[in-house]
Design a protein around this ligand. Structure first.
Ligand SMILES: Cc1ncc(COP(=O)(O)O)c(C=O)c1O
Length: 414
């Protein structure tokens, strides 16, 4: 019999898995809240708490369908939702998109894990952007793979450099992850860059994993190109869902659309189907929301135009941050975030997590530190641009005050 241990310990599989966006800093915020402080949460891209209501048609459809949504569904997802998603990609140029190519999940998060688990063996490498949405790195490790980060270039609008990516391809590389529009940088990649990435996948026979959950949140008429439209010979898994564009992150509803040479992926798809079967199905009421979401008037379009909340908030946050001494920040072309840089000459930060905790303690503003996104230095943080213009102004003024204190030495250096 195994000897009694002092405590129950976690699996060694978790040893290098991190998800700091909801980690120690969020715990400190919860502690401060228990003490009665009001925290401004600029750390998670969750639209609903900021007054972004879901389109009414989604709620009405779910309420109506609730009585018929009590049982498990097909593990790939209900047919009407998969038809709606196939049609969505047809209107984006994928004429052959069929419901058979669409798989539903409990949010993109679950699908990221399943797609990687079905693909990776020990030591298989996945090219992932730095900074990244950290679930991609964590899920790669949990699936037994090795994340290999390619650096997005802040000096070039946070776009990736195809040459650098290609230099990191080895004979163990299985897939290339693309997050476009990007979290945390807000970059939207131009067609040429995307074509170059698709070409790398083509030449090295990599699977392209395109996380496009922010595809409908872009500003200033920037062109958003769906990576799947750029080839018919690269196996492409496109990830999207209802959490952001349709503002129902809590419903946990997402999908993948698989395109390209699927005839070469029969064995892989059997593995994916096995994992889908093992978790029975995605949340069924939320699957019904998909058809309602994708058809008809798209209210997100009003939010991203001038006068729209997301547009104005992005502008305000960008302008206000850029006015702070020693802060530079790329104006986001899409998504819900800014990823400012603090000049190391002025703010020599050793531990960005501690820096963010100090900001939280002093100003009651919660942001995420750059290293939480697998970024390579400690001079960045991410904030969400979801609060109202007034709340963003107040929050960024508090950040400015904190940085003032840091410059003058009133705030201890970390
Ligand atoms: C780039 C990216 N991918 C995936 C997700 C997860 O989304 P979901 O709510 O569909 O699980 C997020 C959530 O913030 C994200 O930013």
């Amino acid at each position: 019999m195994r000897p009694f241990a002092e405590e129950f310990v976690q699996s060694p599989k978790l040893a290098s898995v991190r998800y700091d966006v909801r980690g120690p800093i969020a715990q400190e915020a919860a502690r401060l809240e228990r003490e009665g402080h009001r925290i401004t949460r600029l750390n998670i891209g969750n639209p609903a708490p900021f007054g972004f209501e879901a389109p009414d048609s989604i709620l009405q459809t779910m309420i109506r369908e609730l009585p018929t949504a009590q049982g498990y569904s097909d593990s790939q997802g209900i047919h009407s939702a998969r038809v709606a998603i196939a049609q969505y990609y047809q209107t984006r140029g994928m004429q052959d998109a069929s419901p058979e190519d669409v798989w539903l999940g409990n949010g993109v998060s679950e699908l990221i894990s399943m797609v990687l688990t079905a693909l990776l063996g020990p030591g298989d490498e996945v090219l992932i952007p730095a900074p990244d949405y950290p679930l991609w790195t964590g899920a790669t490790k949990l699936a037994g793979g090795t994340p290999v980060h390619y650096i997005c270039d802040e000096a070039n609008r946070w776009w990736p450099d195809p040459e650098e990516i290609e230099s990191k391809v080895t004979d163990r590389t299985r897939a290339l992850v693309l997050i476009n529009p990007n979290n945390p940088t807000g970059a939207v990649y131009p067609r040429e860059v995307l074509e170059a990435l698709v070409d790398i996948c083509r030449r090295h026979d990599l699977m392209l994993l395109a996380d496009e959950i922010y595809e409908n949140i872009t500003f200033d008429q920037v062109e958003m190109v769906n990576a799947c439209t750029l080839s018919d010979d690269v196996l492409t898994v496109t990830f999207s869902g209802l959490s952001k564009t349709w503002r129902v992150a809590g419903f946990r509803s997402g999908w993948i659309y698989i395109s390209g040479p699927t005839h070469r992926a029969k064995n892989y798809l059997e593995g994916l189907a096995l994992l889908m079967n093992m978790r029975m199905c995605a949340n069924v009421p939320a699957q019904h929301a998909i058809q309602a979401a994708l058809g008809g008037h798209q209210s997100i379009e009003d939010l991203i135009l001038p006068q729209g909340r997301l547009y104005e908030q992005r502008n305000t946050a960008h302008e206000r941050l850029a006015q702070i001494e020693g802060v530079t920040v790329e104006k986001a072309d899409g998504a819900l975030y800014l990823f400012p840089r603090l000049d190391p000459e002025i703010y020599p930060i050793d531990d960005d997590q501690q820096f963010v905790i100090e900001l939280l303690r002093q100003q009651k503003i919660l942001v995420s530190h750059g290293r939480a996104f697998n970024w390579i230095d400690s001079q960045h943080f991410r904030l969400v641009t979801l609060p109202s213009v007034e709340d963003l102004e107040t929050a960024i003024d508090s950040i400015a005050e904190f940085l003032d204190g840091y410059r003058s030495g009133a705030v201890a250096r970390v």
